[in-house]
Design a protein around this ligand. Structure first.
Ligand code: BG6
Length: 520
């Protein structure tokens, strides 16, 4: 039984009542979530805390089961205990209901390279279905290193588990974590392999940025209000900056990050998704493929990056030793697992143009970096200045342009700056800010990005997931830039150092002023 009774509240351990979360459309179909890579970081840090919170919030289907798969031999109780510890370490969830949740978790050791092993898994899952009543509906979550995605998908196809409504199967879905491959060729090849086992409608390519509340809100803000959209174009907007600053460094992920760098890690996916949601045309309906069609049109309209003029439009950086919040940080090249001669960029800013009627000539600045002074993800719309100032005779200088800031994280807000008269006898203007805090007047619980993505996958809603054409178009846009940087005669020379705890290399100032990117 779920840990709550039928009224709309759930007792917590202190005898108070927690509100029930997240109304959803109708009951969800029972299902099993099969996690490959179950002994990894993603499972412990994100997936299990997200599933547990959905369970606490009474949002998971009933019945449901979680089957962890990895190479190591483990029994259910040891696996459950590892997950409980992960949940305690990586979340603040109340664990008093953990035992009820844990009863639904099982473990099956799987050798991804072996067809026999996957066949054994198929038998295990069918038995499991019969025991728990999950009806053969399954989500296969690939939380493995990307180099085994193709093998797992192929072997799953051969077991027959991916064929829907056959042999005791209900629906079958696969969730793929980023990175979706390493470059355009490998993305095309992975998509082809996935396509042999799954139809596109069964594939959910996750981008946790798109599942963030404030990113989803972009579409509501733009298309559920009449007053912004008329201004949302080249006639009124001078530039757009999309920034994602992180304080963390490479952490324990050097093996992956050394190969990837910031352009593959953040730009090919998250940054281009934010760009598409900021720039896309209004879809005619709020439906997954209508929205994804509009995003794809933006990806198709990106002006190819002029690789012979890279320095005019791109700055790459790598963090050096420095301090953040008074704490010393080592240089990227001194991080465990990083080559002392590494030329992997940890910071980039790109100036990008969209070639269409709405955005012709408007620069979009995309910037992201590790070891910057504070965590901030935001989209800033800088409007054009007023065409003529009647205050020129009484004011020094021009009236500053209006700015709209969409704070994505950690502060979730919308702020509009405009000019007002300063109170008093003397005529002078001041810039003021009208702020909306996203959580103001909201007392219910929220869904974090992984909770939202998992829930949508259970519901079969593709809205927040990448479609194959989008993935390939974004790789096609990024590859010339990545190749030009990696294959140039002096990749080290292109990489500008910046001390940890600063806003990236000084050369960024060539493209745009710091305050426009990160705020004052
Ligand atoms: C991941 C990247 O996709 O996003 C990481 O691989 C990055 O390098 C992370 O740190 C940032 O996510 P968030 O949600 O913390 O902004």
């Amino acid at each position: 039984m779920p840990p709550y009774d039928d009224d709309q509240t759930m007792p917590d351990t202190k005898g108070q009542s927690l509100p029930l979360a997240c109304p959803i459309d109708g009951p969800l179909a029972p299902c099993t979530i099969v996690i490959f890579g179950a002994s990894g970081d993603l499972t412990a840090r994100k997936l299990i805390p997200a599933l547990y919170n959905l369970f606490l919030n009474r949002t998971l289907p009933e019945p449901f089961a979680v089957i962890g798969c990895a190479r190591t031999e483990l029994d259910d109780s040891l696996f459950r205990e590892k997950l409980r510890q992960g949940c305690a370490e990586h979340s603040t969830h109340d664990l008093s209901h953990w035992p009820e949740f844990a009863r639904r978790i099982h473990y099956k050791a799987v050798d991804y390279q072996s067809r026999d092993s996957l066949n054994e898994l198929a038998t295990f899952l069918r038995r499991q279905d019969a025991r728990s009543g999950t009806g053969g509906n399954r989500i296969f979550y690939l939380a493995t290193p990307p180099n085994v995605y193709a093998t797992v998908a192929e072997h799953l196809g051969l077991t027959g588990l991916t064929a829907e409504e056959q042999d005791g199967n209900g629906w079958a879905r696969v969730v793929i974590e980023k990175p979706f491959s390493f470059d355009l060729d490998s993305a095309v090849s992975l998509n082809r392999t996935l396509g042999r086992s799954f139809a596109e409608k069964q594939i959910f390519r996750i981008d946790h940025y798109v599942a963030k509340e404030t990113v989803q809100n972009l579409l509501m803000f733009r298309f559920a209000n009449a007053i912004f959209e008329p201004l949302w174009n080249r006639n009124y907007i001078e530039s757009v900056s999309i920034t994602a600053a992180e304080t963390i460094g490479v952490e324990h992920r050097a093996g992956y990050y050394e190969q990837s760098g910031v352009l593959r890690d953040m730009f090919q996916n998250h940054m281009l998704q934010l760009l598409a949601m900021t720039a896309m045309e209004p879809p005619s309906r709020f439906a997954a493929d209508h929205v994804r069609d509009e995003k794809v049109k933006i990806f198709r309209s990106l002006r190819p990056f002029p690789v012979d003029r890279l320095d005019d439009l791109l700055v790459l950086g790598q963090y050096q030793a420095g301090h953040i919040g008074g704490q010393p940080c080592r240089a990227y090249r001194d991080e465990p697992g990083v080559s002392p001669e590494s030329v992997t960029p940890t910071f980039a800013i790109m100036k990008v143009y969209i070639e269409n009627w709405r955005w012709q000539g408007v620069p979009f600045y995309l910037a992201s970096g590790k070891r910057l002074p504070r965590k901030v993800t935001r989209i800033s719309i800088r409007f054009r200045k007023i065409p003529h100032s009647m205050f020129r005779n009484v004011l020094q200088g021009d009236a500053p342009a209006n700015q709209l800031i969409l704070g994505i994280q950690p502060e979730e807000y919308i702020a509009l700056s405009f000019q007002t008269k300063n109170p008093g006898a003397k005529v002078c203007l001041r810039t003021v800010r009208m702020d909306f805090d996203y959580l103001r007047d909201y007392t219910g619980p929220g869904l974090d990005a992984y909770e939202k993505a998992l829930l949508d996958c259970i519901q079969g809603d593709h809205m927040l997931f990448w479609r194959q054409d989008g993935v390939e178009l974004c790789w096609a846009f990024m590859m010339p830039v990545i190749n030009a940087c990696e294959q140039c005669s002096d990749p080290a020379g292109r990489l500008k150092p910046y001390p940890a705890g600063t806003w990236g290399p000084a050369e960024t100032g060539r493209l745009i002023k710091d305050s426009l990117l990160w705020g004052d």
